[in-house]
Write a protein that binds this ligand. Structure first.
Ligand code: AP5
Ligand code: ZN
Length: 211
């Protein structure tokens, strides 16, 4: 199955896609994680504003399409079934995606702006295994320590209030048109993203089962 999960920063794409991938035996393809793993990659020869993905990410801006498209193309080619998260983030990426693959389901996690800010500024991630926590909504058993592996929990560099605001601005400008594009095509399934993680997963899984 080819599943696309859309939503604003903090809507719960990562939380839901990880679980979907494991329960439906799909590859989790996420441009955010891929870019974080390669944030110091030298892209200076490509003549962009910045020389590394890191600088774009820390400012809340999108990394250039040429870099991201290449990552996605390679990852999708290697995957049998997949759940794609964090891409496409603008109309150009959406057009590119149409060229390289077909989709069985497009889901959109709907969450209010106020809730998004609260989720992102309270998020903590494990520095070792990448597991996701929230200081209030999903706290670890022991403060600052990962339940799964004992690693240290840190705040992502782009989860500061200032960068979160910028990411949301970029989302409204660039990514909302992508959501509207799939809605206009009549393929968008809208999910109430403000339920508990389990509640959201039930709705998401129902769609994926039938896809
Ligand atoms: P990326 O990593 O994709 O970040 P994002 O889209 O901003 O999404 P997040 O990972 O912040 O949120 P999420 O929706 O996955 O939510 P999560 O499940 O973690 O991108 C980062 C940067 O990389 C971009 O700014 C850009 O620079 C670059 N980039 C990435 N893709 C790109 C592309 N295609 N083109 C160009 N540049 C690109 O949940 C958030 C928090 O809420 C967690 O703490 C979680 O515990 C909590 N939570 C989750 N679900 C619930 C719930 N139901 N109830 C209560 N709390 C919940
Ligand atoms: Zn861990």
């Amino acid at each position: 199955k080819h599943i696309l999960l859309l939503g604003a920063p903090g809507a719960g794409k990562g939380t839901q896609s990880k679980r979907l991938a494991s329960e439906f035996d799909l590859e989790h393809v996420t441009t955010g994680d891929a870019l974080r793993a390669n944030k110091d990659m030298d892209i200076s020869d490509m003549d962009f504003e910045y020389d590394t993905p890191r600088e774009y990410m820390e400012s809340g801006d999108l990394v250039p399409d040429d870099v991201v498209n290449e990552i996605v193309k390679t990852a999708l080619q290697e995957a049998d079934g997949y759940v794609l998260d964090g891409y496409p983030r603008n109309i150009e990426q959406a057009e590119y995606l149409t060229e390289i693959t077909d989709l069985d389901a497009v889901l959109y996690l709907d969450v209010s702006e106020e809730e998004l800010v609260e989720r992102l500024t309270g998020r903590r991630v494990c520095d070792d295994c990448g597991a996701n926590y929230h200081v209030e909504f999903a706290p670890p058993e022991e403060d600052g320590v990962c339940d799964d592996c004992g690693g240290e929990l840190i705040q992502r560099e782009d989860d500061t209030e200032e960068t979160v605001r910028e990411r949301l601005t970029v989302y409204h400008k660039n990514t909302e048109p992508v959501v509207n594009h799939y809605r206009d095509e009549g393929v968008l399934v809208e999910i109430d993203g403000e339920q508990t993680p389990d509640g959201v997963f039930d709705d998401v899984a129902e769609v994926v089962e039938d896809a």
